[in-house]
Design a protein around this ligand. Structure first.
Ligand code: PEP
Ligand code: MG
Length: 587
């Protein structure tokens, strides 16, 4: 029995989005918020209404200050900023003045004006094409309800049964955080997307979550038992004995694994015959830095800076970027921080509102940066100014031509001269690298590697461009093959040609975290792998049980294969023959 067969047969399953990893079995606590009724009754005393608005805003601020301090303690400064942003809305003079003026002119109860005015803002946000902005409309709902609740002098329910799984229509960031103090074991929400703050908070608090279940609140009752699978995005309602047995074992296995992995933290990833593989972390949000530090990573192999835009929903200034990068570089010092220039476009943060028929083949990554030099230069200057510790390097995404490399290098030199004139200090020998994620770059590895200090292979994109298969399209997902011979031969070509130049050839696609792929990548000659920090101990465990000579032989055989099946069979057989446990096969 495996996950696939369990879910295929299960009649009691509800599918959602896997928002925070982990498996939990527990009792449902249905968290339904009392619906706030808003009256548009007339008022006679404007002064009294104004006073009660002022009191309600004051009380809301007090509550949010408390939430903010809990958030800082539990999630760190960066993530807690969500609540700081909410507090700023309460300080927005334009909003408050508009509400006051409307109370005066329309002589309606403040709760109605607050409701109406803030709903107007939300409607604009909900119609945005950016999922990030749409999600923020939910956060504002929290502020709106908070003020209205305080105007009506009602209290917020925060006491729930300890150790339960909270099932709700939608939770605000504050709900998620405050409920977690009752030792909530998991979250299930009918609404919300991966970028919703409730999802982000669950991930940072390490509480498994499935969201976007549409109508689970209609299918479960208080005290029902459910299984939440935050790896695959499923919830099983009142599970069968067989399901409970399967998931209890998986969850126990996870706990044991976690314990067993701690011992690898301070050990190098070295094969039994002495070849060291450097393991780096892929970082999406700066808040993950704590996990990076504790995972025993050799540094950050990929910092996806476009995530800053997702979080802030606007472009950070040069100084703001300097502060983010410098902070990361100091936290990780003397290890290396690889800052990747904004990879905007494709399915990621969109800068421009115009329609692109094929955004993945459009104005994305370095192409967009070279068209928007002001933006690019601000980022280059910020990276340079953060490089004083000499542990920062800059990487360019989506490179496909030599001209892009040469032009980027020219701009970097230009930024260096400007900073020199302005008397800013920076690392004069900062390393510049490129992502190899477009087949053209793979083919040109030899020539491109002469121009830069390092290369990093991005299989997430490379596979989709090589196989001509959209990585998000279900209809062709069977063709998105990591182990296609075409992919393996390309990876072989890159590392062989790249190694000849003596430059560092790194690997930062998700494939590096696939335990099945690790012996193959090591055998092909990759000496540095970058992956999500949580997977580093798993990779270390595998590498420490490999013999490099055997992996070389395995890689050679795989390069000669003609089908994906042949390759995966060889890899599975390798694990069996050498009695290596694929510790991450649980997910
Ligand atoms: C990749 O394409 O493999 C990669 C690491 O970049 P991203 O997933 O950010 O596109
Ligand atoms: Mg990519």
């Amino acid at each position: 029995m495996n996950f696939k067969s369990i879910y295929k047969e299960a009649k009691n399953k509800i599918q959602g989005i896997a928002a925070a990893p982990g498996i939990v079995i527990g009792k449902v606590y249905l968290f339904t918020k009392e619906k706030l009724e808003v009256s548009d009754g007339e008022i006679t005393d404007v002064e009294e209404a104004r006073q009660s608005l002022e009191d309600a805003v004051k009380q809301s601020k007090k509550e949010l200050t408390k939430v903010f301090s809990i958030a800082r303690e539990k999630m760190g400064e960066t993530r807690a900023a969500i609540f700081e942003a909410q507090m700023m809305i309460l300080d927005d003079p334009v909003l408050l003045e508009t509400i006051e003026k409307r109370i005066e002119n329309e002589k309606k109860l403040p709760e109605f004006i607050v409701y109406d005015e803030i709903t107007k803002y939300q409607d604009i946000m909900r119609h945005s094409t950016e999922s990030y902005i749409k999600e923020r409309a939910h956060d504002i709902e929290d502020i709106k309800n908070r003020i209205i609740r305080n105007l009506q002098k009602k209290r917020w329910q925060s006491k729930i049964i300890r150790d339960s799984i909270v099932v709700s229509d939608m939770l605000t960031p504050a709900d998620t955080l405050l409920l977690s103090r009752s030792n909530v074991r998991g979250f299930v929400m009918d609404h919300g997307g991966l970028t919703s703050h409730a999802a982000i908070i669950s991930r940072s608090l390490n509480i498994p979550a499935v969201i976007g279940t549409h109508d689970i609140t209609k299918h479960v009752k208080e005290d029902d038992t459910i299984i939440v699978d935050g790896f695959h995005g499923y919830v099983l309602i009142n599970p069968t004995d067989e399901q409970i047995k399967f998931f209890s074992e998986k969850s126990e296995h996870l706990v044991q694994l976690q314990k067993g992995l701690d011992e690898f933290k301070d050990k190098p990833a070295i094969t039994t015959d002495g070849r060291e593989i450097k393991l780096y972390a892929n970082v999406d949000v700066s808040g993950e830095i704590d996990i990076v530090v504790t995972s025993g990573a050799n540094g950050i192999g990929l910092y996806r800076t476009e995530q800053i835009l997702e979080e802030m929903s606007e472009f950070p200034t040069e100084d703001e970027q300097v502060s983010i990068y410098s902070n990361l570089s100091s936290r990780i010092y003397p290890n290396i921080l690889t800052v990747r220039a904004f990879d905007i476009g494709g399915d990621k943060f969109k800068l421009l509102e115009f329609f692109e028929a094929n955004p993945f083949l459009g104005l994305r990554g370095i192409r967009l940066l070279l068209e928007n030099l002001t933006l690019f230069k601000i980022q280059i200057r910020a990276v340079l100014r953060s490089s004083q510790n000499k542990n920062v390097q800059l990487m360019l995404p989506m490179v496909s031509t030599m001209a892009e490399i040469k032009k980027s290098k020219e701009i970097i030199e230009e930024c260096k001269s400007e900073l020199k004139k302005e008397k800013h200090s920076f690392d004069k020998h900062i390393k510049i690298g490129i992502m190899v994620e477009v087949p053209a770059a793979a083919v040109m590895t030899k020539e491109f590697s002469r121009e830069v200090d390092f290369l990093s292979v991005g299989t997430n994109d490379l596979i989709q461009y090589l196989m001509a298969v959209d990585r998000g399209n279900d209809l062709v997902s069977n063709l998105y093959q990591e182990f296609s011979p075409a992919v393996i031969r390309t990876l072989h070509h890159i590392v062989t040609e790249g190694n000849k130049s003596g430059k560092e050839i790194s690997f930062c696609g998700e494939m590096a975290a696939d335990t099945l792929a690790i012996p193959l990548l090591v055998g092909l000659g990759y000496k540095s792998l970058s992956m999500s920090p949580a997977t580093i101990p798993y990779a270390k465990r595998i590498i420490r049980s490999l013999n490099y000579d055997y992996t070389k032989k395995l890689a050679k055989e795989c390069v000669d294969c003609c089908t994906e099946t042949e390759i995966t069979h060889k890899l599975e057989k390798f694990f069996k023959d050498h009695s290596i446990t694929r510790t991450r096969q649980i997910i």
